[in-house]
Design a protein around this ligand. Structure first.
Ligand SMILES: Nc1nc2c(ncn2[C@@H]2O[C@H](COP(=O)(O)OP(=O)(O)O)[C@@H](O)[C@H]2O)c(=O)[nH]1
Ligand SMILES: [Mg+2]
Length: 202
């Protein structure tokens, strides 16, 4: 995928602040530290577009990035980096704001055409399962991406994938994209999946 440009557009916390411009949007969800920012940067061939953090729970806003590609199907769109869920160390009041903010965006945003859910290849947590089920329930069955696969050796891959499919009750392991932001493994597959969502959205 040739990326013409990828730029930060805005950060926001409520619908009145979402971009007015009606571009198609792809949202990235997953627990804090799963590799959302790194995956976005890797997809876009950018090193530091979306801030990669060593402190989980840092992103507390919806962050929109304006993407222009050479692809005819998806020439212009926004990538939306959502705050990570399930991080215990942020204060309760902050957490209580997060859930509704994310849920509202995902369930109400009309121009949202694909949700990418990232789960750590080394283990699925209860929150990943409830998020997956909820996304299916609201009509946004996500593209499932399992991150940091460079941390697994060859013999660990299949068992991890099988476990992940069992936890999320995915019938087909081929539906999971193995990703490494370190090696860019999975980059083409993920672009292909995003493109397919766009093609079948109409
Ligand atoms: N080895 C490896 N580390 C990764 C990968 N993706 C992210 N990380 C690391 O995991 C940590 C959290 O990444 P980040 O992208 O900030 O996660 P986010 O909180 O979901 O946005 C950082 O230290 C990253 O360098 C990956 O594919 N491989
Ligand atoms: Mg992040």
């Amino acid at each position: 995928m040739k990326i013409h440009s990828a730029e930060f557009e805005l950060s926001c916390v409520k619908p009145e602040q979402y971009p007015r411009e009606r571009l198609l949007e792809v949202a990235f969800v997953g627990r804090s530290n799963v590799g959302k920012s790194s995956t976005i940067n890797s997809l876009l061939n950018r090193k530091k577009l979306s801030k990669v953090s060593v402190t989980p729970g840092k992103t507390q806003t919806l962050n929109f990035f304006r993407i222009k590609t050479a692809d005819k199907i998806i020439p212009d769109m926004f990538f939306v980096d959502l705050p990570g869920y399930g991080y215990a160390k942020v204060s309760k009041s902050v957490r209580q704001q997060w859930g509704p903010m994310i849920e509202r965006y995902l369930s109400e945003r009309e121009q949202l055409f694909a949700v990418v859910q990232l789960v750590d290849s080394r283990g699925v947590e209860a929150h990943d399962v409830t998020t997956y089920e909820w996304l299916c329930h609201i009509g946004h069955p996500p593209i499932v991406v399992t991150t940091k696969v460079d941390k697994l050796n060859r013999s660990q891959r299949n068992p991890c994938l099988t476990k992940l499919c069992q936890s999320l009750q995915l019938p087909n392991p081929d539906d999971v994209i193995l990703y490494s932001a370190k090696t860019n493994e999975g980059r083409l597959e993920l672009w292909k999946a995003i493109r397919e969502r766009r093609e079948t959205a109409e």
